[in-house]
Design a protein. Structure first.
Length: 222
């Protein structure tokens, strides 16, 4: 989802000093859309939904007053439909609370269990009682929720742009000077944007690439 935003010209930045109460926010600077994310919440499923949520704001709310519950709900609905299209996911949703099925849906659609449960309720697969019970169990479990999908999606555009400038003779220091930003702030933002790359371990003997795949935890009964 982050790559999709960047491929369409959105600059995605991670700000290390953001409040923990803020997941992400977006803004149009002239003709350039920008998304600012909170790297403190290192969760792949949530980072994907946050990116889709901000895409909804950029598409629908160019001049809207930020913070409105109406526009937040609209962006939420946009993200849910974009990541879990009703025409495709409806047939896969269980009619009762089945955590094994929900784990599989989380892996398939790359969204959190809470987002899937909310989607199941919004599309009528879960009744009110089932929805409330599921959300209560997830709330009691806390974060991170079961079936971790790994670290958050990391932006690449900023790092590649800086490297391209350096290759053409424009140093990072010169870029910062032209931007007018304090060097400490620019360096901190750049460091945050480049410290979350997924690491691959290459086995020379077997010739296979292995990743540190988190283990799925069985926290809820089926």
């Amino acid at each position: 989802m982050t790559r999709l935003l960047e491929a369409h010209g959105v600059v995605v930045l991670e700000l290390p000093t953001m409040s923990e109460r803020v997941d992400a926010f977006s803004h149009w600077y002239g003709s350039r859309p920008m998304v600012f994310r909170n790297p403190a919440k290192n969760d792949r499923a949530r980072s994907r939904f946050d990116a889709a949520h901000e895409a909804g704001h950029l598409v629908m709310h160019l001049d809207a007053e930020p913070g409105s519950r109406i526009i937040e709900n609209q962006a939420h609905d946009f993200a849910a439909e974009f990541l879990m299209p009703s025409a495709e996911i409806l047939a896969e949703l269980p009619q009762r609370l089945d955590w094994e099925v929900l784990y599989a849906l989380k892996r398939r659609w790359g969204t959190s269990l809470k987002a899937i449960v909310y989607r199941a309720h919004a599309l009528g697969a879960f009744r009110d009682a089932t929805y409330k019970r599921a959300m209560m169990m997830l709330s009691q479990n806390g974060d991170p929720e079961p079936c971790d999908l790994g670290p958050r999606e990391a932006p690449l555009l900023l790092e590649r742009a800086v490297r391209l400038c350096e290759e053409t003779g424009v140093s990072f220091d010169e870029l910062v000077a032209r931007s007018g930003l304090p060097f400490e702030l620019a360096n901190e933002v750049y460091a945050t944007a480049t410290m979350t790359r997924p690491r691959l371990a290459l086995s020379v003997d077997e010739g296979d690439v292995a990743t540190d795949e988190p283990e799925v935890l069985q926290l809820f009964p089926g």
